[in-house]
Design a protein. Structure first.
Length: 312
């Protein structure tokens, strides 16, 4: 009977799962709902039941389960609260092992496993030290050093979105702080910049292609590509903040490359170009000219990274 591995990417709405061969090839993927009621007590049993069903359907053995969860996780698989799942502090690894009878179980933060997946099979291929930045509704991040996730002492390593990049900011970030990278480089951050005049003497929103429309990050980047001066100014501010933030990260971890993913990254090379330029402006000489790449795995990055935890 063939042995396979399961990669699990646990989100607040759905659980994405992938069945992988021992060579790391994705054989099949599927999803189940995330049942967060009653403090999320159904989540792990539901995952275990779905895995058991797949095992019986395919007549295979499961040799390991890797899982990413949306919150800080210690190296030994202890979850340190996941508010959107209703979880407190507990060993998700031990519980999953107990439910499934599978000893080879590893748990990590979801942004970190996405970074691991991109390093292994996506935009970070060919490198063993990368920083991945996920630009979506917020800004997530994961740091991989010599093939290993940098988790930190409390499992919260790689929270790039909350690096302070502007010290005179008056509006608060969702984290309660002010001037976080997330306030400028996320999809909502780009819209926020676009709705405010950047500085005295700058182009005016009412003279832009954005005037009278629903402003979205996509519309801003599309406008910039089409030559709209106001949109180009917004993208410059986005790139300045992201480049500055990543320069700070580089001066601590010195990665081989940066991989940029998330919904905002669909804008393409315009993001790479502006971010790289401001990165080089702010970073020390020895760290200039790092490789910048777009992520390639999309929503599958999590299941790839999760299975990489257990397949080696």
């Amino acid at each position: 009977m063939s042995s396979y591995y399961i990669g699990v990417d646990l989100g607040g709405t759905t659980v994405k799962m992938g069945l992988f061969t021992d060579a790391g090839e994705l054989s099949e993927k599927w999803e189940i709902p995330t049942r967060t009621e009653e403090n999320g007590r159904f989540i792990l049993p539901d995952i275990a039941h779905s895995i058991e069903d797949k095992k019986n359907e395919k007549k295979i053995e499961i040799a390991g389960i890797g899982m990413g969860v949306p919150g800080p996780v210690t190296d030994d698989g202890v979850v340190l609260k996941c508010a959107n799942l209703g979880w407190g502090v507990f060993s998700a690894k031990d519980e999953m092992t107990s439910i499934t009878g599978i000893e080879n179980v590893k748990i990590a933060n979801d942004a970190n496993i996405a970074a691991l997946g991109e390093m292994w099979k996506g935009g970070g291929r060919g490198f063993d030290s990368i920083v991945m930045v996920t630009l979506g509704t917020g800004v997530g991040g994961g740091v991989i050093i010599r093939g290993r996730i940098l988790t930190g002492s409390m499992g919260a390593g790689g929270e790039i979105g909350h690096i302070k990049v502007k010290h005179d900011e008056t509006e608060s970030c969702n984290c309660g702080g002010k001037g976080c990278l997330e306030q400028y480089a996320s999809a909502t951050g780009v819209v926020r910049i676009a709705k405010n005049h950047l500085h005295p003497g700058s182009e005016k929103l009412e003279d832009s292609c954005l005037a009278g429309t629903e402003i979205t990050a996509k519309a801003v980047f599309d406008g910039a590509k089409a030559g709209d001066t106001y949109c180009k100014d917004v993208v410059e501010e986005f790139g300045r903040m992201l480049g500055f933030g990543l320069a700070n990260v580089a001066q601590v971890v010195d990665p081989d490359a940066f991989v940029i993913g998330g919904g905002v990254s669909r804008a393409g090379e315009i993001i790479i170009d502006v971010t790289r330029r401001y990165y080089n402006d702010h970073v020390m000489f020895a760290l200039q000219n790092k490789e910048f790449r777009l992520a390639e795995l999309g929503n599958d990055a999590g299941i790839y990274g999760a299975v990489k935890l257990v397949i080696e």
